[in-house]
Design a protein around this ligand. Structure first.
Ligand SMILES: Nc1ncnc2c1ncn2[C@@H]1O[C@H](COP(=O)(O)OP(=O)(O)OP(=O)(O)O)[C@@H](O)[C@H]1O
Length: 248
């Protein structure tokens, strides 16, 4: 059961890729309702997690099935594993550019960009260039750029996996705080991860996918209060449950 009102329904999504006349079935009938919640998607390497996110984002077309956005405003933000910033543009311009493309004037776009840079703690770095920033700061810019389009749904594809452990940990709690405090437009987060720990630490529900072609192996509800304690017996019991599904 999704939490809050359903904002996105996936109905029997299927997808294959054909290369050199060989067909690779990647997604094999995924159906799930997603509400106003934080959902983590876990699954073996190469099972089709990124493909599923790309299908939801409209970057890839499914072969079959339906994606239904119930909200009239279906704006989607996307945070990739590696920040895709333009090296010749400043931090401010990188965040402002998609807004400009969406029809805002440069002045409006820059004002909005400043707001989101400040939310991710980069207010004083707007004139820096991507090469002058650490990996964690670049990922913050990436996040600000995704948030600045004021999406209802935020898709994140392994957003913390290229960062050192300490930076990853602080960015995880910042993302969670921004979402929990409701200071952005984001109501729903869908995050692909390889980490069971990260999924249970952050999400309301964890969707476990099977090996390719991906089907849903099971969905685990994470009803732990936040901030969560990794050392608690409840956390560890949930880890066991998720690992069981992964190896089933
Ligand atoms: N555009 C494409 N053309 C052909 N094959 C593709 C394409 N995109 C993905 N694939 C293949 O589909 C399969 C699933 O890829 P996908 O990136 O969705 O998996 P993943 O679960 O996100 O992987 P990982 O955990 O390693 O990040 C892989 O075998 C990949 O090589």
């Amino acid at each position: 059961m999704s939490r809050g009102k359903v904002i996105l329904s996936l109905r029997n999504i299927t997808k294959s890729f054909t290369e050199d006349s060989k067909t690779l079935k990647v997604i094999d009938g995924i159906s799930v309702d997603i509400g106003e919640e934080f959902v983590a998607i876990l699954g073996p390497s190469g099972c089709g997690k990124t493909t599923l996110l790309r299908i939801i984002a409209g970057l890839e077309k499914p072969d079959g099935g339906e994606i239904i956005f119930t909200s009239k405003d279906a704006r989607i933000g996307f945070v990739f594993q590696f920040p895709t910033l333009l090296p010749w543009m400043s931090v401010l311009e990188n965040v402002a550019l998609p807004l400009r493309v969406n029809g805002l004037s440069w002045q409006e776009a820059k004002e909005r960009a400043r707001k989101y840079l400040s939310l991710v703690g980069l207010a004083s770095f707007e004139d820096f260039y991507p090469r002058e920033l650490s990996g964690g700061m670049r990922q913050r810019v990436n996040l600000a750029r995704a948030l600045a389009i004021e999406p209802v749904l935020l898709l994140m594809d392994e957003p913390f996996s290229a960062l050192d452990p300490l930076t990853a940990e602080s960015l995880r709690s910042e993302v969670l705080d921004l979402w929990l405090w409701g200071v952005t437009s984001v109501r729903t987060i869908l995050m692909v991860t390889h980490s069971v720990d990260e999924a249970i630490l952050m999400a309301d529900r964890v969707i476990v996918l099977t090996a390719r072609p991906a089907k849903i192996a099971g969905i685990v509800d994470i009803n732990l209060p936040r901030p969560r304690d990794r050392r608690s017996a409840d956390f560890q019991a949930l880890e066991d449950k998720v690992y069981e599904l992964i190896s089933s």
